[in-house]
Design a protein around this ligand. Structure first.
Ligand SMILES: Nc1ncnc2c1ncn2[C@@H]1O[C@H](COP(=O)(O)OP(=O)(O)OP(=O)(O)O)[C@@H](O)[C@H]1O
Length: 241
């Protein structure tokens, strides 16, 4: 029997223009299901713009985006049902408790037993004991853990992470790595990272962007870290768009 690998992402000639600036320029790549893609690039390379388009927060100017086979331009709502996003903007309400925040999201997704699901998620990120505390009293690491729980509400097949290590102390990084490690089975991850070593260690595929264009897209087994690092340094030397 031949096992057919499906692609979690199919991106073709994706272009995004802001005024007279091209933030993304004909970006093209396919990512197989179950992969972990790390996206690298200097400031202004287009990483966040790409992540925002993949997660349906922004629309491409040109080109096509398919997430789990669904056209993100035509059916963004359908795509949203399959994805989770963990970003700087935690999408949490600081003046609500952890529990209230997650209950709100559970209702948005029409979760059948919302309270049960919320408690299960809170336990999985080790925040159940803080469920009645306001989010504004949480540390950066705790807020991030809660935003992971929020992003997992719909049991997403594709998870997007925007610089998840920013502002975390080493202990929080460890907890985060463990959490993500436990979620990798059967899921696809896409992470924007400024930490070259960590992003490279974690990934199965690497994408380097510069000035909105793909400099490299390859499975990790085709890349040697030292060469990759040198290439990245040259890329950073290319400057911003
Ligand atoms: N809403 C916007 N309006 C106008 N220009 C924008 C907008 N969003 C992004 N850009 C421009 O698009 C380009 C890519 O920005 P983007 O935020 O995607 O880069 P990035 O690689 O994520 O950078 P960083 O590493 O600094 O976060 C930049 O030149 C930026 O100024």
């Amino acid at each position: 029997m031949v096992t057919r690998l499906t692609n979690a992402l199919e991106i073709k000639k994706l272009t995004k223009v802001f005024g007279d600036r091209k933030a993304l320029d004909r970006v093209t790549f396919d990512l197989p299901e179950g992969a972990f893609l790390s996206i690298f690039g200097p400031n202004g390379a287009g990483k966040t713009t790409l992540l925002r388009i993949l997660s349906t927060l922004s629309r491409p100017t040109q080109g096509s985006v398919r997430v789990m086979g669904i056209d993100a331009k035509e059916e963004p709502d359908q795509v949203r049902g399959h994805i989770g996003l963990i970003s700087h903007n935690s999408m949490l309400y600081p003046d609500l408790t952890a529990m209230e925040n997650l209950m709100f999201v559970a209702r948005l997704y029409g979760v059948v037993n919302p309270e049960e699901r919320v408690r299960e998620l809170l336990r999985s990120v080790e925040l159940d004991h803080r469920r009645f505390d306001l989010v504004r009293t949480f540390s950066r690491g705790m807020t991030q853990r809660l935003s992971i729980a929020r992003a997992l509400m719909n049991d997403p097949q594709v998870v997007f992470l925007d610089e998840p290590y920013a502002g975390l102390d080493p202990h929080a990084v460890e907890i985060f790595d463990e959490l993500i490690g436990g979620l990798r089975e059967g899921r696809t991850f896409v992470m924007v990272s400024h930490d070259l070593q960590k992003g490279f260690d974690t990934c199965t595929h690497a994408l380097v962007l510069a000035r909105g264009r793909v400099v490299t897209f390859a499975p990790k087994e085709e890349l040697d870290f030292e060469e990759f690092r040198n290439l990245y340094r040259q890329t950073v030397g290319m400057g911003v768009a």
